[in-house]
Design a protein around this ligand. Structure first.
Ligand code: BES
Ligand code: MN
Ligand code: ZN
Length: 492
């Protein structure tokens, strides 16, 4: 999807906003005046009120150059901000994607270059499709829309903001979505590592550890998860050194990359198991973020570490009852082979703090079904040993519209994962506070490093979202959140 900025509309469709109570925006008023009241007439004849999410498509009155007019609701004018503009622009793009229109001009009724650029992001997010494996798609179901023109009086500034920042963020989100959408027979640890390696072309340094290297490092927790798979487990390390001081302590991002989670010997039920192809959503967010940082040449040093494994039942798979030794030296009794994400992260986290001595570590993981019970799909759950980091993430969540909700940690929860015969076990007591037990487990592997764990089991995959910025399934959650977090607090 091409994003352009222009002072005057030239699209074969023109979109103009309307506020609550059928109140015309300035652009809508101008259009109405130039068509002797046809716009208002169409609105009065319909149930369209200007509420957020509504659109009304009309044939353009005959004296206009354009073919169609799309009225879209922006709701209460006093509450309009960049996020709302992003969302409503996405709504227009979604409406027109397969409509036959190829270029739409969208008026956003704002002079702010930042708002125009966020409208561009909304357009890119809504235009995302995963059509790679559709060979029989009918012509009238293929996207017709290929360009979106955002109308702004400050064309140069909006373009600059778009190019310097948001285009790269959109690229990062699209990459993360592609990875989550990819089928698990095609995206497995080895092929995933290969595609991460290709990011060297974007300016990242990429290093891969195979099983031999991991064995040498003593990563018994991660390796145990992958031992039932015919695919070799991998760790991928991506580095972006954009800070003026190339030796400055890096920010570290760690992702769970279980390319398919059957549960292992503690096999999951069959219903919906296909969704476990998305159990690498945390790692996808890390890859997408690293790509965004490189794409916009962020002035920061960052390292992304992803643990890639496939959790399969097999004659060689790990068993409930096994005890493994992690890279940290701590031993873990495996009580449920389906609690595998924390085992992967245990070694990835320890390795990251040990090797890079980062300023902080943020990990992302589709870690627990329990976080869906707690927060649904509206917020990701965050767990932290550092109040400042947690507060900054909360603010970045609100600003990017990828919101988070902080959950507690504590000694009483930590005791839940004590084992009778090893240093710890890989699950808590029964079904209570499952997401917290998982976070407590991770905390035992970050040493004293300031750390946040983001459980994205609810937000990373979504088959039923009504948000026009989201496709079916792979949301790419985390890229916008962390890009914003880095931009607002860590770039010099
Ligand atoms: N990948 C799952 C968590 C998950 C569930 C993600 C639903 C997305 C949607 C994870 O590996 C898992 O199986 N967790 C178990 C842990 C339990 C065995 C302690 C869970 O949540 O049931
Ligand atoms: Mn599992
Ligand atoms: Zn899992």
């Amino acid at each position: 999807m091409k994003i352009q900025f222009s002072a005057a509309p030239t699209g074969d469709a023109v979109a103009v906003p309307v506020y609550s109570g059928k109140t015309l925006s300035a652009a809508a008023k101008r259009l109405d005046e130039s068509t002797s009241g046809q716009i208002n007439r169409a609105i009065q004849a319909s149930r369209f009120t200007g509420a957020v999410g509504q659109t009304l498509e009309i044939v353009a009155p005959s004296n206009l150059e354009t073919g169609r007019v799309v009225l879209f609701g922006l709701g209460d004018q006093a509450k309009v901000d960049a996020t709302l503009i992003e969302r409503c622009t996405a709504g227009v793009v979604k409406t027109l994607l397969e409509s036959g229109v190829s270029l739409v001009s969208i008026n956003i009724d704002s002079d702010e270059p930042a708002c125009a650029a966020r409208a561009g992001l909304g357009a890119r997010l809504a235009a995302y499709r995963y059509d790679e494996f559709r060979t029989t798609l009918k012509d009238d179901k293929k996207p017709s829309l290929n360009s979106v023109q955002i109308i702004t009086p400050k064309v140069g500034e909006a373009e600059a903001e778009w190019e310097a920042h948001w285009a790269a963020v959109a690229d990062g989100v699209e990459l993360a979505r592609d990875l989550v959408m990819a089928p698990p027979n095609m995206l497995h640890p080895e092929s995933y590592a290969d595609s991460a390696k290709a990011l060297e072309g974007e300016g990242l340094e990429v290093e891969i550890l195979g099983e031999e290297e991991m064995l040498e490092l003593g990563m018994g927790a991660l390796l145990g998860v992958g031992q039932g798979s015919i695919r070799e487990s991998q760790i991928v390390i991506m580095r972006w050194n954009g800070a003026e001081d190339k030796d400055a302590q890096p920010l570290a991002f760690v992702g769970k990359g279980v390319t398919f989670d059957t549960g292992g010997i503690s096999l999951k039920p069959g219903d919906g198991m296909d969704e476990m192809k998305g159990d690498m959503g945390g790692s996808a967010a890390v890859v997408g973020l690293m790509r965004a940082l490189a794409g916009r040449k962020a002035k920061v040093n960052a390292v992304g570490v992803i643990g890639l494994v496939e959790n399969m039942p097999d004659g060689n798979a790990q068993r409930p009852g096994d005890i493994v030794t992690s890279m940290s030296g701590q031993t873990i009794e495996i009580l449920n082979t389906d609690a595998e994400g924390r085992l992967v992260l245990a070694d990835a986290l320890w390795y990251t703090q040990d090797r890079f001595k980062p300023k902080f570590i943020i990990d992302l993981a589709t870690l627990t079904g329990a976080i869906l019970i707690s927060l649904g799909q509206e917020h990701a759950g965050i767990f932290s040993n550092n109040d400042e980091l947690a507060e900054r993430l909360d603010k970045a969540g609100k600003a990017s519209d990828e919101t988070v909700w902080r959950m507690p940690l504590g000694e009483a929860y930590d005791r839940q994962i004590d084992s009778k015969i090893a240093d710890m076990k890989n699950m808590g007591e029964g079904r209570l506070a499952g997401s917290i037990a998982a976070a407590q487990f991770l905390q035992r592997f970050v040493n004293k490093t300031p750390w946040v764990h983001i459980d994205i089991a609810g937000t990373g995959m979504n088959g039923k979202s009504k948000d026009p910025r989201q496709p079916v399934f792979g949301t790419g959650y985390g890229v916008r959140l962390l890009d914003r977090f880095v931009r607002d607090y860590y770039e010099n």
